[in-house]
Design a protein around this ligand. Structure first.
Ligand code: SF4
Length: 394
C-alpha cells in the first residue's frame, strides 16, 4: 500500500484513533446539548482574565465568535496575536495554518491553542512540502529555477512558508497579493525577460491577481499539477510562463458558479456582486467587486440602505452580514448551503473544553512550529510585512 502524506487522516474510521487529530479530546468534551455551555465559556474566560486572548476568524460559527476578543481574516488575526505579548494563551478559533502563523509571530513564552486539531484547510493541504520540493527540482532541471521567486498565500502550512523564506520568496494575503507579486517580479533584474513567480497553493488568487490586477494574460499563466510528471507541463511551457500556479483551490470558494450570477442579476435588477479572489476566474470576471473578507465587510458596511448584494464567500460570514444589515438585501451567491467544514469543527463544546483545561492548568491542542521551520517562515512573513503600503482593498 502506498503511504500518502496526508495531513489529516480520514476521521472516524477507527484505524488509528491516537493520530486522528481532534477526535480524541483528553478528558471530557462537553455535550453539544449542555445548556450551560455559554455560562461555562464565560466563567473560564473570566477566570483566565488577561492571560487569555481569543481570536475568531470571520468564517467561524456565531456560537464561537461571541467569545472572540477580536475577529478578522487570517492576516489581521496573526497581527493581533503578535500585538498581545501579555497574553499567555492565544486560543485561535480558526484553522491550523492560522494557528501556526500566530505561533510564529508570537513570543516563545506564549502558547497558541487550536480547540480542535482536525480544523485544517483543504487548500493548504493541497501543497505538501515534498511535492513543492520536487517541483522546485524540476524547475532547476528546466533551467529556470534561478529566475523563479516563490510566493505562498497565507493559507499554507508553515513548512511551505519556510520554503519560500529559504528560497528568496515571501507570503502574501488576499489583501496584498498584487503588491507581493509586484515585489516578486522585481526581484531578478539580472534575468533576461524578468522574474517568474511560482505561486502556492491557490491557483485562483494567483491567476486573478496577475491577470485582472496586473495586466498579464491567461497565456502567461500555467498550472503545475503535483500529481503529474513534470507538473503536466513541457519545459517550453515552463520557460514561456510568467506565473506558475500550483494546482490548489479552496473547496468552499470553488463552488460559486458564473451562471448563478447571471440568474441572480436577472432576478434582482441593480444587484451588486462581491466575491472573494479565491473564486474562479470566470466568477471573479463577472463580479462587480473583488476583495478579501475585510474588504467585503467594509464594503457592505458602507453600502447604501436598500441596495442588494450577492456575496461570494463563506456562509457564516454572509449570514452574519445579513443579520447585521437588515436595511440591505443580502443574498448568498450559491444555490446550496456552503460552509467551510473544517472551520466549523471549532464549535462551542471544543472551545469550552480548551478553555476549561487552561483554567485547570492543562495546555491542550497547543500548536507549536519547530524552530528551524519557524525561522524561515518568519523570514517569508517579514518580507510580506515589509512590502510597501497596502492595497486599497486592505
Ligand atoms: S474557506 Fe477555503 S481557504 Fe478558508 S479555511 Fe476553508 S477551505 Fe481553507
Amino acid at each position: 500500500m502506498t503511504t500518502i502524506d496526508l495531513p489529516l487522516l480520514p476521521l472516524g474510521k477507527g484505524r488509528d484513533l491516537d493520530s486522528e487529530r481532534g477526535v480524541e479530546c483528553p478528558g471530557d468534551l462537553p455535550a453539544a446539548s449542555d445548556p450551560d455551555l455559554v455560562a461555562r465559556a464565560l466563567a473560564a474566560k473570566e477566570a483566565l482574565g488577561e492571560r487569555l486572548f481569543v481570536l475568531g476568524h470571520h468564517y467561524q460559527r456565531d456560537e464561537v465568535i461571541q467569545f472572540a476578543d477580536v475577529t478578522g481574516d487570517s492576516f489581521k488575526l496573526a497581527r493581533e496575536a503578535a500585538a498581545r505579548p501579555a497574553a499567555e494563551f492565544i486560543v485561535f478559533c480558526g484553522v491550523h495554518f492560522m494557528a501556526e502563523s500566530a505561533d510564529i509571530l508570537t513570543a516563545d513564552t506564549q502558547k497558541v491553542v487550536l480547540p480542535d486539531l482536525a480544523a485544517g484547510c483543504s487548500m493548504a493541504d493541497m501543497a505538501r512540502l515534498g511535492q513543492v520540493e520536487d517541483a522546485w527540482d524540476a524547475l532547476a532541471e528546466a533551467g529556470i529555477q534561478d529566475a523563479v521567486v516563490p510566493i505562498t498565500y497565507m493559507n499554507s502550512s508553515a513548512d511551505i512558508k519556510a520554503f519560500c523564506g529559504r528560497n528568496g520568496g515571501a507570503v502574501c494575503t488576499s489583501s496584498n497579493a498584487e503588491v507581493a507579486l509586484e515585489w516578486a517580479f522585481a526581484q531578478k533584474p539580472e534575468v533576461e525577460g524578468g522574474a517568474k513567480v511560482f505561486f502556492f497553493p491557490d491557483q485562483h488568487l494567483g491567476r486573478n491577481t496577475a491577470v485582472l490586477q496586473m495586466g498579464y494574460s491567461l497565456e502567461d499563466c500555467v498550472v503545475w499539477n503535483p500529481h503529474l510528471p513534470n507538473g503536466g507541463l513541457t519545459v517550453q511551457q515552463l520557460r514561456d510562463a510568467k506565473m506558475i500556479l500550483w494546482r490548489g483551490h479552496c473547496s468552499v470558494h470553488g463552488r460559486f458558479r458564473p451562471e448563478v450570477i447571471d440568474e441572480l442579476r436577472a432576478a434582482h435588477p441593480g444587484l451588486n456582486v462581491i466575491v472573494h479572489p479565491e473564486c474562479t476566474h470566470e466568477v471573479v470576471t463577472k463580479a462587480d467587486l473583488v476583495g478579501s473578507t475585510e474588504f467585503i465587510i467594509k464594503t457592505i458596511e458602507a453600502a447604501a440602505p436598500g441596495t442588494t448584494w450577492a456575496i461570494g464567500t463563506e456562509l457564516n460570514l454572509v449570514k452574519r452580514l445579513a443579520d447585521a444589515h437588515p436595511d440591505k438585501n443580502i443574498v448568498f451567491l450559491d444555490r446550496n448551503v456552503c460552509y467551510c467544514s473544517t472551520m466549523n469543527r471549532i464549535d462551542l463544546p471544543h472551545l469550552v473544553w480548551a478553555l476549561e483545561n487552561l483554567v485547570a492548568g492543562n495546555v491542550v491542542n497547543q500548536i507549536s512550529v519547530d524552530p528551524a521551520t519557524e525561522e524561515w517562515a518568519q523570514v517569508a512573513l517579514q518580507r510580506m510585512l515589509d512590502l510597501p503600503g497596502r492595497t486599497a482593498k486592505d
